[in-house]
Design a protein around this ligand. Structure first.
Ligand code: ATP
Length: 364
């Protein structure tokens, strides 16, 4: 089983602790994406799996074998970097064949593997070109091809699309999704700060913050059931609105009052909380709608309208002491700056977090 197992993995550079005990079990053939803000330690963790960084403490196994002291070349992994790292003086063919030649594979085997990888990535017409005669997207495909040739058990990607422009990013992301389907047994671990890549490619996403795992789950599970405020704000764009509130009645369902004074029922269990406790109500911009009747969360004044065609974003002021509430409405709407709007949301779409930022679990 070419899974990857991390047990209480820690990393320190001198006195500086960067990873504080990561536990993770990646199954064979699984596509796992590490996301998190800049500096949270996602690249460091990936480089530790690759063997490019030492492990300060904890145990790491690949394919059932403890690899803490095994060099990168013996781990059965291949890594694709943001910078492509191609040899500029070698043709596409020679770049892809390089690792196999070093490993003393026969000429026929090298040729078979290079051509098979080129075929998967539609690089066959470019095999005789030098990297400088390729686009950024094609260069990244060569880097991926070079990794495929090595027939790795585990494929590691470190922000492979971040040097590409928007259109190429989309095209190459789709290539990677296809690659995953063509290599169902290969375990893939992918680092990105791009949410769309994480949501579309991952079987499971690992959200990291300051060297700790905040939550691990399927993309839509994280979107629908964030475990805490950090994940709630991190997954989804624009970010979830967080509105301070107070519990009026706790129990199997809950009644809260918002900072503006309105009270409302929320179908979330809060038996562990008491009346009077401070909480935060979470509601995603796309779950808010403009209410026509009296059944609404709050009333406010539109301070900014961003008409993007496909959607319209409204920034609504009205809750004392909070950021403007962001509303994402489909299409083009006839609402202008200065208008007063009442905002509502389906009760099932509301989230509730305790004062420490942990979610009260929603009924599923
Ligand atoms: N060689 C090093 N010596 C000391 N500190 C380091 C070293 N390499 C990384 N760090 C620190 O470790 C932390 C994690 O870095 P890392 O590159 O893993 O973050 P990241 O989540 O990948 O960020 P980014 O998205 O910006 O690439 C950062 O605070 C960084 O400054």
């Amino acid at each position: 089983m070419a899974g990857v197992m991390l047990k209480d993995i820690r990393k320190a550079y001198g006195q500086v602790q960067v990873l504080h005990g990561i536990d993770l079990d990646v199954a064979e053939g699984e596509f796992v994406v590490f996301v998190g803000p800049s500096g949270c330690g996602k690249s460091t963790l990936l480089r530790m799996i690759a063997g490019l960084e030492s492990i300060t403490a904890g145990e790491m196994s690949i394919d059932g074998q403890v690899v803490n002291d095994i060099p990168p070349s013996k781990r059965g992994i291949a890594m694709v970097f943001q910078s492509y790292a191609l040899y500029p003086h070698m043709t596409v063919y020679d770049n892809m064949a390089f690792g196999l030649r070093i490993a003393h594979e026969s000429k026929t085997e090298v040729d078979r593997r290079v051509r098979a990888a080129a075929d998967i990535l539609q690089l066959t017409p470019y095999l005789d070109r030098l990297p400088k005669a390729l686009s950024g997207g094609q260069r990244q495909r060569v880097a991926i091809g070079r990794a495929i040739c090595r027939d790795p058990k585990v494929f590691l990607f470190d922000e492979p699309l971040s040097n590409l422009d928007a259109a190429l990013r989309v095209a190459t992301r789709i290539e990677i999704a296809k690659l995953k389907e063509q290599m169902p047994e290969t375990t893939m671990i992918y680092v990105t700060h791009d949410q769309v890549e994480a949501m579309t490619l991952a079987d499971r996403i690992v959200v990291l913050s300051a060297g700790r795992v905040e939550q691990v789950g399927r993309p839509l599970e994280l979107y629908e059931h964030p475990a805490n405020l950090f994940v709630a704000r991190f997954i989804g764009s624009p970010a979830m609105n967080i509105i301070p509130a107070t519990i009026l009645e706790s129990g199997e369902t809950t009644r809260i009052s918002l900072s503006g004074g309105r009270s409302l029922p929320v179908p979330i269990r809060t038996e562990t909380a008491k009346a009077g406790e401070a909480v935060n109500l979470g509601v995603r911009p796309e779950d808010l709608l403009v209410a026509t009747g009296d059944d609404y969360l709050f009333e406010g004044t539109v301070s900014i309208v961003e008409a993007l065609g496909e959607v319209t974003l409204l920034y609504v002021d009205g809750l004392p002491g909070t950021e403007p509430v962001v509303v994402k409405l489909p299409g083009i709407v006839d609402i202008r700056k200065g208008n007063i709007v009442r905002l509502a949301a389906p009760a099932a779409k509301l989230h509730l977090f305790d004062a420490a930022g942990q979610a009260f679990s929603k009924k599923r």
